[in-house]
Design a binder for this molecule. Structure first.
Ligand SMILES: NC(=O)c1ccc[n+]([C@@H]2O[C@H](COP(=O)([O-])OP(=O)(O)OC[C@H]3O[C@@H](n4cnc5c(N)ncnc54)[C@H](O)[C@@H]3O)[C@@H](O)[C@H]2O)c1
Ligand SMILES: [Zn+2]
Ligand SMILES: [Zn+2]
Length: 370
């Protein structure tokens, strides 16, 4: 019998998502059927709605999700019905040129299929009521009551982490914490600056605390977010519209600049500030993004002096290793996820949730499914 469920479908950029009843495909041998219990609204979904990130449509957005395994294909080995899982948006083949070099985020199959917005086996796993195929954002498409993904994308986590907290691990928390713990090299006496304190940046602030940074300078243009950053471990706050960000970094570091700068704002001003604020020989990790066809200008001198600049997707995630670690950090009180959730909303509140994100009013709105 065909499984039918409600999902938020985007038909065209600059239009609202529409809540529709759609039909799931049958699951392939390596697939799992996940009953989605919570899904966060990430800035990346917003970029698709606002047209700066282009995908084929109609498409189901949503790539930060947690739920319960409802069914498994015959070749699935490590998951069973009832397991609580967080979903990963980086399936990879495990044996291409980049997988062999330890770079699953550059997996050739992942990169080839991603822009087509199909699932990892190359097919679409849901159709509209009229039979039209639906695309899936980032191999997930989690703004629906169900989602069919490959086994490797569903990572079991302890059942005592609530779904609305757990879902955040799937994108913003993994990206922000991972940028610090996996990508950057932070020593105990180091000063880290985090530019942009949305869910990704606040996770980077927490990653810096977990890594033992001596000073953590949070930068944003919203006082509420700066206050939250300080609750999460920032030792200093800088309002980017009122202070010179690079001067603030130098002031805290005897004139050198920050040892590590994590950019999580996603605009040209923040990209420029990041390289100005880092010390000679320091590390910059860019997490934010803008339209890939736009240009960003830099003062050449700001790029000199042995600075290492890395643009990272997903904070070098190894989901099977990192998601359970992040869930444990939450359960042990070391990782604050509760305060990343500004509001819980029903599926049909999704458009209002994106308006709030666009206006900078929220950290995360999380869709909760009953
Ligand atoms: N690299 C990845 O894998 C990955 C994953 C998720 C999101 N992202 C990107 O990371 C960025 C942040 O995502 P988010 O969901 O946290 O977004 P968000 O909109 O919630 O957060 C962005 C924050 O940056 C602040 N900001 C804006 N301009 C600023 C400036 N000039 N200086 C300082 N702060 C400024 C905003 O006030 C806001 O708090 C986005 O660009 C998003 O596309 C990247
Ligand atoms: Zn995301
Ligand atoms: Zn590969």
């Amino acid at each position: 019998m065909t499984l039918r469920y409600r999902a938020a479908v985007l038909h065209q950029a600059h239009t609202p998502l529409e809540i529709e009843t759609i039909a799931a495909a049958s699951i392939a041998p390596l697939d799992v059927l996940v009953r989605v219990r919570a899904a966060g609204l990430c800035h990346t979904d917003l970029e698709v709605i606002d047209g700066s990130l282009r995908y084929p449509m109609p498409i189901v957005l949503g790539h930060e999700a947690a739920g319960v395994i409802e069914d498994v294909g015959p070749a699935v080995r490590h998951l069973k019905t009832g397991d609580h899982v967080v979903l990963s948006w980086n399936p990879h083949c495990g044996h291409c040129y980049c997988c062999d070099r330890g770079l699953p985020i550059l997996c050739e199959e992942y990169l080839a299929k991603g822009p087509r917005a199909v699932q990892f086996d190359g097919t679409c796993k849901a159709r509209r009521a009229n039979g039209e195929e639906l695309k899936h954002l980032m191999f997930l498409g989690a703004f629906g009551e169900y989602c069919i993904v490959q086994e490797q994308q569903a990572i079991a986590v302890p059942a005592d982490i609530p779904f609305d907290r757990a879902c955040l691990i799937g994108c913003s928390v993994m990206t922000g914490v991972g940028a610090v713990l996996n990508v950057a090299h932070i020593g105990h006496a180091d000063t880290v600056m985090v530019i942009g304190c949305g869910a990704v940046g606040l996770s980077a602030v927490q990653g810096s605390r977990l890594a033992g940074a001596a000073k953590i300078i949070a930068v944003d243009i919203d006082e509420g977010k700066l206050a939250l950053a300080q609750r999460m471990g920032a030792t200093h706050g800088v309002h980017a519209n009122r202070e010179d960000v690079a001067a603030a970094a130098r002031q805290e570091t005897a004139g050198r600049g920050a040892d590590v700068v994590i950019e999580a704002a996603g605009n040209a001003t923040a990209f420029r500030a990041s390289v100005e604020a880092v010390r000679p020989g320091g590390e910059v990790v860019w997490l934010g993004k803008i339209d890939v066809n736009h240009e960003v200008n830099f003062r050449w001198g700001a790029l000199m002096q042995e600075k290492r600049i890395r643009r990272s997707s997903y904070g070098e995630a190894r989901p099977a290793r990192d998601f359970p670690m992040l869930a444990r950090a939450y359960l042990e009180g070391r990782l604050m996820l509760d305060d990343l959730i500004t509001q819980r909303i029903p599926l049909d509140g999704v458009n209002a949730g994106f308006s709030a994100l666009r206006e900078g009013k929220v950290i995360r709105s999380v869709i909760t499914f009953g």
